[in-house]
Write a protein that binds this ligand. Sequence first.
Ligand SMILES: [Zn+2]
Length: 141
Amino acid sequence: MRVTEQRRLAALEAELARLKAEIASVGLVSPGSVVRRFMPCGKPGCRCQGDPPQLHGPYWQWSHKVDGKTITRRLTPDQAGLYQQWIANRRRIDQLLARMEQVSSQAAEILLRDAEAARPRRFRRPPEPSSSASIISGGSN
Ligand SMILES: [Zn+2]
């Protein structure tokens, strides 16, 4: 491996180590999303049924999918704050993992080239059927 490639590989490995450390520092993670809703109630004559309607709320809800079905959970404002943080953490890990894939693929190119160069010469290009046929025809001339 050339010195420039060794340096490049070391830099990529350092970047990977930094990304891994950042992933390790992320706290709880959650799928789904948090929504804030305003809703009417069923009480006749309530302000939520006036004109214009003054809906009740806000109500906080966390929803996520399980086996294709949307599951929702009512939350207090404080709980909604926690879920928003956990969902943001999950997105951060997705971003970090995507970056790790990019860096890994750059490092992989260097390692693959190096492994290719280290292969014994006689294994580098397997003989093709057409080349052995041309040797036979060349020998008969
Ligand atoms: Zn109402």
